[in-house]
Ligand binder design. Sequence first.
Ligand SMILES: *Cc1c(COP(=O)(O)O)cnc(C)c1O
Length: 431
Amino acid sequence: MFLLIANEPSNYQRIVLDSHFFSYSDGTLSCESLKLDELARQYGTPLFVTSRQSLISQYRAFEEAFAALPHFTCYSVKANFNLEVIRTLAAEGCGCDVNSGGELYRALKAGVPAEKIIMAGVGKTEEEIEYGLNSGVMMIKAESTAELKAINRVAARLGKVAQVGVRVTPNVTAETHPYITTGDSKEKFGIDEAGLAEVFDLFKALTNLELHGLDMHIGSQIFDPEYYVAATQKLLEVLESARHLGFDIKWLDLGGGFPATYDPQKPATPITKFAEKLIPMLDDKGVTVIFEPGRFIAANSSVLVTKILYRKKNHAGKEFFIVDAGMTELIRPALYQSHHEVLTVKQHDKSVVADVVGPVCESSDFFVRHRTIGDAPEGELLAVLSSGAYGAVMGTNYNGRRRPAEVMVDGSEAKLIRRRETYEQLVQNEI
Ligand SMILES: *Cc1c(COP(=O)(O)O)cnc(C)c1O
């Protein structure tokens, strides 16, 4: 699924791809059939460019891998919550996993039927629970006994019976960045094994709840399928106990976390490898398996196009490309030291070693450090690859920055899917 293309003549111009939706054509980096420099000319920079076909092809690859398993895929909206991204996936039949009232609003606004939406989140307010129940979401997931009581209270007030899932902590520490591991009992997420007996008792006592789902989510960008195997094994044990107690468990939710390739030197484990391990464990359990991929679908579907404002060299000989995007548009390098490929939009034969940094007043405002990059002059464009997941959605207005425009490309058509913010919008809620 992941192709690496060495772009001649310079081997530094490698490109991370889930397929061929971003590639050089006549020496210019393009998204599907459109050149990124033309899009930048039309829409300005910084600019997120998303390939519609990439989103669809990732979703289909996921569905194909798990075709032999009765399952339902809910795209994790938090990875990229743009309405058009949600619409694109919903049109393929995909459901949604939402983590807040705001994400539920987005999913509904994008036209996703409520019965295809799962509501998660470790700290849902009663207002959010009420919004979920009134909308008729497929399942609300609870992460503590206190939250179960809150869901019951709200459901009773509304005269409803809530379809509930319980997030279990499988106590598996997936090897990934410490900020994105979530299945460990040291973390805030889920209910650990010792707490489950109390949870089951509570379900017997609370009459406005029905337990139908068991859930886990062990982290993000997990390369080794064995972590899923170990955690699923735990979840299957819980399934057995729950059924033994008479609960009608219909859904086994394995969460998201499936990896994307950011660094061509470290290609992601193909999704088929996860499917090969998980399908035989699950296909005879009489449940619908739910998956919540986010990054896998969205990460390589967008690039962030940014203009080189200045090049600067200090007296120690260190080079910088100062660009018009920064941590306010893509915070992942600052937050997780994550790797992103940065390519010149125009191919260059000569290369330099440089840092690519943004205009924000923080030393952590960088995309790459000490990286070989095309020798592009000031005024030319760079593309930060793999910016589709946890990119635009984590954007901020820090330093008075305006959130950038976003376009979606479909073949040879582009459409604006988010307008660039204006100065007026920066202060519109202030009094
Ligand atoms: C973030 C999250 C996901 C998606 O994670 P990815 O690593 O992007 O696949 C899925 N489920 C839950 C509960 C999450 O919090």
